[in-house]
Write a protein that binds this ligand. Structure first.
Ligand SMILES: C[S@@+](CC[C@H](N)C(=O)[O-])C[C@H]1O[C@@H](n2cnc3c(N)ncnc32)[C@H](O)[C@@H]1O
Length: 249
């Protein structure tokens, strides 16, 4: 019995050259690209996907878009709200996948790597648990954390030590225990301003993109500058994506 195949392809964090040879080869096999639009997709990010396809794909393909349902960020009944939202989202993706013929290959192009703060794999697992049948293959991509450490030419961990990857919201609640190195993503609230001023920060925005900005230094010395640079860039471009590594020695 033919099994539908879904590729989840990491496309890197903003530089079209992040695309791996494995990803380029995989693109040559895809019949249908699925896009789950959050309604806030930045034109530059949409353009990057389009330019990747224009550069690497010569075979005909279809492009199918669905709207990611909104999630209530402050629900009264957290569990029930999340369950309902996951069900709605699974329904939208089930609708997308119905566009895929039995012997066709579908693909999601995922920013960075699909394993890091991305819900595509969870959605597909949800659908499999709800009785859908397809095969999933993941093609890894360059994460924004890798783009950050490459930009600053530093290692992610100190010799023999652990690293934690977390969100700005969690860092704001306190420095995680048992680690001296913390990579922070999804921070809209300048959570680095609350850490010990002697901590070192490696900060980067629009990593891998033409507007890449890198700032590093002692938090006490550079935090105000990062806020200023971030606010200015965000106002100029209308959006920002930034990531940083905090290091205690
Ligand atoms: C939803 S997560 C997706 C992460 C992605 N899967 C990855 O592997 O990097 C989005 C967050 O990733 C970080 N990010 C993604 N691309 C970035 C870039 N080009 N420059 C700086 N930060 C980036 C930001 O912290 C942003 O808030």
């Amino acid at each position: 019995m033919p099994v539908r195949k879904i590729l989840v392809i990491g496309i890197g964090a903003g530089n079209p050259d992040h695309l791996t040879v494995q990803a380029v080869k995989a693109l040559q096999t895809v019949d249908v690209y699925f896009v789950l639009d959050k309604g806030s997709a930045k034109q530059e990010l949409v353009d990057l996907r389009a330019s990747i396809l224009a550069e690497h794909v010569t075979r005909p393909y279809r492009w199918v878009e669905g709207r990611d349902p909104e999630r209530d960020r402050n629900p009264t009944d957290y569990r029930a709200t999340i369950d309902a939202w996951r069900r709605d989202r699974a329904d939208v993706v089930r609708g997308l996948l119905s566009e895929l013929g039995e012997d066709e290959v579908g693909a999601f192009l995922v920013w960075g790597d699909p394993s890091l703060y991305d819900s595509t794999l969870a959605i597909l697992d949800d659908l499999l648990a709800r009785g859908e049948s397809f095969e999933v293959e993941v093609i890894p991509g360059v994460t924004s954390v890798a783009a950050l450490t490459a930009g600053h030419r530093v290692s992610l961990n100190q010799v023999g030590k652990p690293v934690q990857i977390t969100t700005g919201r969690r860092l704001a609640a306190g420095w995680p225990s048992d680690v001296d190195d913390v990579a922070v993503m999804l921070d809209a609230t300048y959570s680095f301003e609350g850490v010990d001023p002697d901590t070192w920060i490696y900060w980067g925005a629009y990593l891998g993109m033409p507007d890449e900005i890198l700032v590093s230094g002692r938090v006490g010395d550079v935090a105000a500058r990062i806020r200023e640079v971030r606010d200015e860039a965000r106002a100029r471009k209308g959006w920002i994506m930034d990531t940083y590594l905090l290091r205690r020695s």
